[in-house]
Design a protein around this ligand. Structure first.
Ligand SMILES: [Zn+2]
Ligand SMILES: [Zn+2]
Length: 107
């Protein structure tokens, strides 16, 4: 897959990266169909907030689930999903009630 990689303020490159894979039972691999540049990417791009060279930009995406880990039960292969910046675990008290923006394990 290709990724936008931060190099230094006002310099990013598009590089070939390894394809993602399932590493934990709660992982899912999503084929990205749409993404964008977020305001927080621009803060890093312009040097207002710190970023290490090699950091991959792009954290708000949409796509199609291609693979899921053995512990994933709420999405399945073929589902179209939207991936906001705030990632919830899906199994804590708040996530179970649909309040993934208040996840207790991803603080
Ligand atoms: Zn963002
Ligand atoms: Zn949670």
């Amino acid at each position: 897959m290709k990724a936008v990689v931060y190099q230094e303020p006002f310099k990013v490159t598009v590089e070939q990266m390894p394809d993602p894979k399932i590493e934990a039972p709660t992982d899912a691999v999503v084929r990205i169909t749409t993404t964008n540049i977020c305001g927080s990417d621009l803060h890093m791009y312009e040097g207002r907030t710190p970023a290490e060279p090699g950091f991959i930009f792009g954290h708000e995406n949409m796509g199609i689930v291609e693979e899921v880990g053995s512990g994933v039960s709420k999405v399945q292969v073929g589902d179209r999903v939207s991936l906001p910046f705030n990632i919830g675990c899906g199994f804590c008290f708040n996530c179970e009630r649909g309040m993934t923006g208040f996840c207790l394990t991803r603080l």
